[in-house]
Write a protein that binds this ligand. Structure first.
Ligand SMILES: Nc1ncnc2c1ncn2[C@@H]1O[C@H](COP(=O)(O)OP(=O)(O)OP(=O)(O)O)[C@@H](O)[C@H]1O
Length: 273
């Protein structure tokens, strides 16, 4: 399919969004939401109008990572439809099903219902004009991720993995999801999170706690770039617990890594034909 046709299909659903980046992982806990949130902030800092959609219906962690647990979007009716305005934080527009649920609610929808709820969330949110919409997918390769990938044929994906071999096997499934099931989403590259640990008092030492080379191996297998290797830093966990982002940390390595990640993704805007 030609670039223009792909763009046109995407345009129908979100006409005012220029670029969609799907952030995926083969399994939970690898740092997918952390990467999605901080990538969105990095795009905003590059001067782009940016939004983030938390599509992880079963464990929406974006509101917490942004300190927005109690936020509620403005909702109004138009032509019988409930429309919503995203919540703003750090200059980015944020939408999550978490905003519409009580904290103790557990989402027990099965696939088709969950996909329908998400579709409504996407279509009824008034994002306004955006250069980038970052979508934090649920972990794994379930219905929601596949439905969403089919909805946005003009999107690009990044896959977050940790360096160990087991994680690579999961990352491979995520990468495969974007080329199978009638989905044809280009994988922009791999992000290896928790690649190594650097003790604060010994910044020259690197400890490869979870093995090494996994991100590179997956990137080579799929012929895509290894976009970034992010170290394991205690700050990350503490910051997200406090609703802060990497750019509040003063951690020069992480700040540079996210700036470069946003710039690399931005350099290759065109969808390959
Ligand atoms: N580079 C890092 N260094 C230290 N802690 C990290 C790093 N990346 C993520 N974390 C922490 O690991 C935990 C899991 O991260 P996160 O919620 O982003 O993972 P996830 O892949 O989105 O998981 P899930 O899909 O299950 O929600 C969080 O507490 C987060 O703060």
């Amino acid at each position: 399919m030609k670039n223009m046709e792909i763009k046109k299909m995407q345009t129908k659903i979100l006409p005012e969004v220029e670029n969609i980046i799907l952030v995926a992982s083969g399994k939970g806990g690898v740092g997918k939401s952390t990467v999605a949130v901080n990538l969105a902030v990095a795009f905003m800092r590059e001067g782009y109008a940016t939004g983030i959609l938390d599509a992880d219906l079963y464990g929406p962690s974006v509101p917490m990572a942004l300190g927005l647990e109690d936020a509620r979007p403005r909702v109004w009716k138009e032509n019988g439809k409930d429309l919503m305005e995203p919540v703003e934080k750090f200059g980015i527009k944020v939408m999550s099903l978490g905003f519409l649920m009580q904290k103790q609610d557990a989402v027990i929808w099965r696939g088709p219902l969950a996909s329908k709820a998400l579709t409504q969330l996407i279509e009824n949110t008034r994002w306004g004009k955006l250069d980038y919409l970052v979508i934090d997918l649920p972990p794994g390769t379930g219905d929601i991720s596949i439905t969403l990938s089919q909805k946005f044929p003009g999107a690009r994906a990044i896959i977050v993995v940790t360096p160990q071999q087991m994680a690579i096997a999961d990352g491979r499934k995520a990468a495969h999801m974007f080329v199978a099931n009638g989905v044809d989403i280009p994988v922009a590259g791999i992000v290896e999170n928790m690649a190594w640990f650097v003790p604060e008092k010994h910044p020259d030492e690197k400890y490869f706690l979870f093995g090494r080379g996994g991100g590179e191996q997956l990137a080579n297998e799929y012929g895509v770039p290894l976009l970034s290797q992010l170290p394991l830093v205690a700050d990350v966990c503490e910051l997200s617990d406090q609703g802060k982002n990497i750019f509040n940390s003063g951690n020069a390595i992480l700040i540079k890594a996210f700036e470069e990640l946003a710039q690399k993704i931005d350099q290759v805007k065109e969808v390959p034909a």
